[in-house]
Design a protein around this ligand. Structure first.
Ligand SMILES: *Cc1c(COP(=O)(O)O)cnc(C)c1O
Length: 444
């Protein structure tokens, strides 16, 4: 980005200067509008979310057959919602969050097959592509059980095709494991941030892992180029994909029943706050899109990003979306939160979020390990550091920005009846020795 342009931008949006200095910030989205208005101009709709949900139901018999660990949910990949009262107490005592109401953890960290939120979007997109191919080539007729796709002649068919994706780790794992189960050739283009154990795990599934010394955007660019050169190859485009996005959005539909079960209300008198870690934006964006369709103005969604890689915040606060990167404002993009190590956001998601998102927080890397230890001590639940970013949202509640937000939204008197959901996005596949290392990691 040109120097003059950048200086002008910093003057117009002073927050960008603070972000560029690695400060932790809170940002309230000035462009949020009532959901009934936002819905009018949306390219994607409720019907698209329902279509995705039904597609996942059609694939359930196949998933159950390939992944017996999904049997107890009949092939539906879904996580539990857990109330975490001891963590609430800890957050209040240690960080003075002033948290009233109930605190819950959405444990996508423990989703079957991929152990992260990517088991939603990534797996959904592979299944969507598989259904398209199967219908086009007559492997499936309408009404067939999709369990048929696990038969050898189908695997043989899919082995002619390749799936490719660029990833910081978790997306590659979800796409790699599912694609390999269907029979595809799989190539995962891994950025320098990807952890070794994630590469090893993928290779054990016969996935080809290409390693890059550069960041995520570069891995995506190369992956896309290689895939485009092969007519039998399909590229999962994390930066633009509507399919990924809709796979994530289904989470919200299923959350409705889980909240009812726990007698958690989201209505005029009971605001629902949701905090989600953000990388390129697909996962938190899709989930937010779904939540707004379920709960409208009663749900308040916030993203959390690392101070070194707050790409969605930089894109949204500047209004430039994917035309600006964190490197443009002097950040490295390097962070211990490997799942969030993205320097340039999805332009598609930024646009969809503009009228919907309540705001954003950034968090310093060292705090991720503290939150991780806090949750382990309080609730005996392990999350990977990236996933712990979401707790930063709670510490922002007493801050000036949030207090103003509550005033503006008429929530101040209702906070005693509010519920807060921390969206835990990954962790259950982290090997034991790496967990031990994390537990003893203290950064300055
Ligand atoms: C990928 C990921 C996210 C964020 O998802 P994006 O679609 O990249 O925004 C959050 N947490 C974890 C653990 C992830 O792997």
């Amino acid at each position: 980005m040109q120097k003059e342009l950048l200086e002008e931008l910093m003057k117009k949006v002073p927050l960008l200067k603070e972000i560029g200095e690695e400060k932790e910030v809170a940002w309230i989205n000035p462009h949020k509008i009532p959901f009934s208005d936002a819905k009018e101009n949306s390219e994607l709709t409720m019907a698209d979310i329902e279509d995705a949900e039904r597609r996942l139901e059609r694939f359930a018999p196949f998933i159950m057959k390939c992944f017996p660990e999904t049997e107890d949910r009949n092939g539906i990949i879904e996580s539990v919602l857990t109330e975490i009262p001891q963590m609430k107490e800890k957050m209040n005592q240690k960080y003075q969050c002033g948290l009233e109401g109930r605190l819950l953890l959405k444990q996508d960290s423990h989703l079957a097959i991929a152990g992260s939120v990517k088991a939603r979007g990534g797996i959904y997109e592979v299944l969507k592509h598989t259904e398209d191919l199967a219908l086009e080539h007559g492997l499936l007729a309408p009404g067939d059980s999709y369990a048929k796709l696990a038969e050898p002649e189908c695997r043989e068919f899919f082995s002619k095709y390749t799936i490719q994706v660029g990833s910081t780790g978790n997306l590659g794992m979800s796409i790699g494991i599912m694609s390999a189960a269907i029979g595809y050739e799989v190539i995962v283009h891994m950025s320098a941030d990807a952890k070794q154990w994630k590469k090893d795990l993928l290779r054990s599934h016969q996935v080809t892992v290409v390693e890059y010394e550069s960041d995520y955007s570069e891995a995506v660019k190369n992956g896309r180029k290689q895939s485009d050169a092969n007519p039998y190859s399909y590229f999962v485009d994390d930066e633009n994909s509507r399919n990924l996005f809709l796979g994530y959005a289904v989470a919200a539909k299923r959350l409705v029943g889980q909240l009812k079960e726990k007698e958690v209300s989201a209505d005029e008198d009971h605001p629902l706050f949701v905090y989600i870690p953000c990388g390129v934006g697909g996962a938190p964006g899709g989930i937010t899109f779904g939540l707004k369709h379920m709960f409208g103005d009663y749900v308040h969604c916030f993203f959390v990003e690392p101070t070194q890689a707050p790409c969605m915040l930089v894109g949204m606060a500047s209004g430039l979306n994917s035309d600006i990167s964190v490197q443009d404002i002097g950040l490295t993009g390097q962070t211990h939160a490997d799942g969030l190590a993205v320097g340039r956001p999805s332009g598609f998601v930024g646009g969809v979020m503009e009228p919907l998102l309540s705001g954003e927080f950034t968090v310093a890397d060292k705090k991720l390990y503290n939150y991780m230890r806090d949750l382990l001590e309080a609730e005996d639940i392990f999350l990977e550091p990236s996933a712990c970013a979401a707790f930063q949202g709670l510490t922002g509640l007493p801050g000036k920005e949030m207090q103003e937000y509550m005033e503006k939204e008429n929530l101040t008197a209702k906070m005693g009846q509010a519920s807060h959901i921390v969206w835990a996005t990954g962790g259950s596949l982290v090997p034991e020795e790496i967990r031990e290392k994390y537990k003893h990691t203290y950064l300055d």
